[in-house]
Structures are given as structure tokens and as C-alpha cells.
Design a protein around this ligand. Structure first.
Ligand code: PLP
Length: 375
């Protein structure tokens, strides 16, 4: 019999040979800069799109909440962990998403794995885009519903699958990302919603990369808006914004909410302050998007609809090599490899933030142009 340690060592070695081993690196982040091994880099791999994670107003709100309410929340929200900041935060989210109500979870991942099994189960069907985020799929699998995948952003394929399969099931849930996290492209919400009306399905969209950046992240076409407070809101936590009826059911039944401790007060206070800034300073999202498209223009690539710009390189080896070459020039751009992306599409996923300076983006462009043989 193999020992546990031999088994794990062997598995990790095999992944290493395929350039698929993953390792944690200590990273101290200061805005768009990251310090690793005492070296300072400009990072194009953060999801802090609006530069709010270290905004002085956000820090002040979080610090004040720690002083007032203490550090941990002490219990599940349904027991005694529902400190007063939750109501304010949820009201703000519901307002921004144009929904009756919202509920905050421990993270975006927990929001998805908690919500989907409440809405559908055995005897129901889920139609999910091929490229949806892993945590939507994990939630789908936990639900026990039958899962059908449609080709990425291909509404004709979804229409065909719905026509063929919908009638054999009780409820149908369509899962999409609003902005696809590794490609930066956007779901056709209006067409998806029309299909959901035609085939009696519910549309759930993951807005982890849209909030505060895309103008349609409160689109009425979507029945269930899910999102995170860890990216453009520069904080931590996840949410669902929907009708009061849906939110009431989630609060009663979502296992990742019921059986997990509420977020610390300071986290909620920081997120709330960030959302308030996001609402009154829309130029932040516009700047992040403009920087991404400045790089797209310089590299002769098509424009992106989000601050995510993928440089697809193909093999793991090429992606790692370009990432390493940029690192030698003081630029951090992480290589994204399978299984996060489909085999043969390893890439550098560049993300832009309102916190980047023009000079930093110009340096990225110059470094990529110097390596143009690779891109
Ligand atoms: C990051 C991400 C999540 C998870 O959110 P966390 O708050 O980080 O757990 C969910 N969906 C998508 C599309 C994401 O990119």
C-alpha cells in the first residue's frame, strides 16, 4: 500500500512535470505594487480594479468598525453574528443592483455554492456556459440537478439544448458569468433572458468582474445577480441580489450562510465604504477599462469590454516563460494554466486598475513589444 505522503509527493511531481504545479508565494501588496522576495513589482494580476482596497476612506471605515464592534463576528449570522453593518451593506447592494433585496455571504465562492443548491435540485436542470467560473460549477454539482453545458456565449447552442431537454425537468437555471474572468468578454444578457422567458428558465449571472465597471451590472434581464466584494470593492465577501422572495429563501436555506460564521464587522464596513465611493466616482471604472484598451491598441488586439486582457500563449511553458521575462523587468503578470483555462490556452491574464499610472502601463507595453515574438 502507498503511504499518504508517497501518494501526495508522486501526484505533485507529476503536476510539476506538466508545468501545472501551483505554489504559494508570499506577496505584500501596496496598491498596484507587490513585493515578493524583497523585490518590488508593478502588478497586472490584481482584481482591485478600482484601487479601492487601500483607499484611505475605506481603511478609515474598517478601522472605526473594528474599534466599535471588535474583530470577529462571533457566530453565524442567524445566531448572533448579524451585526448592524450587514443591513446597511445589503441595502446598498440591493440599491446598486436595482433589486428588492440582497444577502451577503462569507465570499463569492460561498455565495455560489450556497445559492445554487437552494434554487435547484434533483429533477431540475442547469444550463451552464462552458467557461463559467469554477464555483458556479461546484454549486451546480452540489445541487444534484442535471447539468448541460453550452458553448461559450453561444445562445443558439443554448436555445437548441433548452428546446431538446427543458421539458423533461421541473425547474431550469441558466448560469453565466457577466464578465468572463479569464477572457474578459461579456455575456449577452438580453438574449439569454429572452431564452429564459421562452423556455421558463431562471437566469443567474455572476458579476464578480462587472460591478462598478460595466454599466449593465444591474440589468433587469437577470433574475439572480451574484457577485463578490473582493474585487472591485477591494474588500471581502460575496452577495446575491434578487427579489425579496429569493433572498428570504436563501437566508433560510443556504448552507454556506447558515453553517458559517458571519464576516467580521470591519470587512462589512470597508465594503460598504467602497461601494459608496464606487457609486459617486464612476470615472474609476472607466479609467481601468481605458488602460486595458490602450494596451490592446498598442499590441494590435481587439478591444476588451472589461479591464481583463488575456494574452493567449497556448502552452504552459510559453505562458510561464513570458511571465518570467516580464518579472525580470519588474512586472508581475501571472501565468494562468489549465485546469483554470482549457488545455492549449495557457495565457497571461492582464488586469488593469484605476490605481495604475500611465507610466506603469507604458512600461508594460514597452516590455511586451520587446517580446513581441512571444505574443
Ligand atoms: C473571484 C470569483 C468568484 C469568487 O469570489 P470570491 O469572493 O473571491 O470567493 C466567483 N466568481 C467569479 C467569476 C470570480 O472571478
Amino acid at each position: 500500500m502507498t503511504t499518504l505522503e508517497d501518494y501526495c509527493t508522486g501526484e505533485v511531481r507529476a503536476l510539476e512535470r506538466a508545468d501545472r504545479r501551483r505554489m504559494l508565494k508570499e506577496s505584500a501588496r501596496e496598491g498596484c505594487h507587490v513585493v515578493q522576495n524583497n523585490q518590488r513589482y508593478i502588478s497586472f494580476s490584481c482584481n482591485d480594479y478600482l484601487g479601492l482596497s487601500n483607499d484611505p476612506r475605506v481603511i478609515a471605515a474598517a478601522s472605526a468598525a473594528v474599534k466599535q464592534y471588535g474583530n470577529g463576528s462571533g457566530a453565524s449570522r442567524l445566531v448572533t453574528g448579524n451585526h448592524p453593518l450587514y443591513a446597511k451593506l445589503e441595502a446598498q447592494i440591493a440599491r446598486m443592483k436595482h433589486r428588492e433585496a440582497a444577502v451577503v455571504f462569507g465570499s463569492g465562492y460561498m455565495a455560489n455554492i450556497g445559492t445554487i443548491p437552494v434554487l435547484v435540485g434533483k429533477g431540475d436542470v442547469i444550463f451552464a456556459d462552458k467557461l463559467v467560473h469554477a464555483c458556479l460549477l461546484d454549486g451546480a454539482q452540489l445541487s444534484g440537478a442535471t447539468i448541460k453545458r453550452f458553448r461559450h456565449n453561444d445562445t443558439a447552442h443554448l436555445a437548441a439544448l433548452m428546446a431538446q431537454h427543458r421539458s423533461a425537468f421541473k425547474h431550469a437555471l441558466v448560469l453565466v458569468d457577466h464578465v468572463y474572468s479569464m477572457d474578459g468578454d461579456v455575456a449577452p444578457l438580453a438574449e439569454l433572458s429572452a431564452l429564459c422567458h421562452l423556455h421558463k428558465g431562471w437566469l443567474m449571472a455572476d458579476d464578480a468582474h462587472g460591478l462598478g465597471i460595466l454599466p449593465h451590472s444591474n440589468n433587469d434581464a437577470v433574475d439572480i445577480w451574484m457577485g463578490t466584494l473582493s474585487k472591485s470593492a477591494g474588500s471581502y465577501g460575496g452577495y446575491v441580489a434578487a427579489s425579496r422572495a429569493v433572498v428570504d429563501m436563501l437566508v433560510t436555506k443556504a448552507r454556506s450562510l447558515v453553517f458559517s460564521t458571519g464576516l467580521p464587522p470591519a470587512t462589512c464596513a470597508g465594503a460598504l465604504a467602497a461601494l459608496e465611493i464606487m457609486e459617486v466616482e464612476p470615472e474609476r471604472g472607466k479609467r481601468a477599462l481605458a488602460l486595458a484598451n490602450r494596451v490592446a491598441d498598442a499590441l494590435g488586439m481587439p478591444h476588451t469590454s472589461s479591464p481583463i486582457l488575456p494574452l493567449i500563449l497556448g502552452s504552459e511553458t510559453r505562458a510561464l516563460a513570458l511571465s518570467e521575462q516580464l518579472k525580470q523587468r519588474g512586472i508581475l503578470a501571472a501565468a494562468i494554466r489549465p485546469p483554470t483555462v482549457p488545455p492549449g490556452t495557457a495565457r497571461l491574464r492582464l488586469t488593469f486598475s484605476a490605481g495604475h499610472t500611465d507610466a506603469e502601463v507604458d512600461m508594460l507595453i514597452a516590455s511586451l513589444q520587446a517580446k513581441s515574438g512571444l505574443v
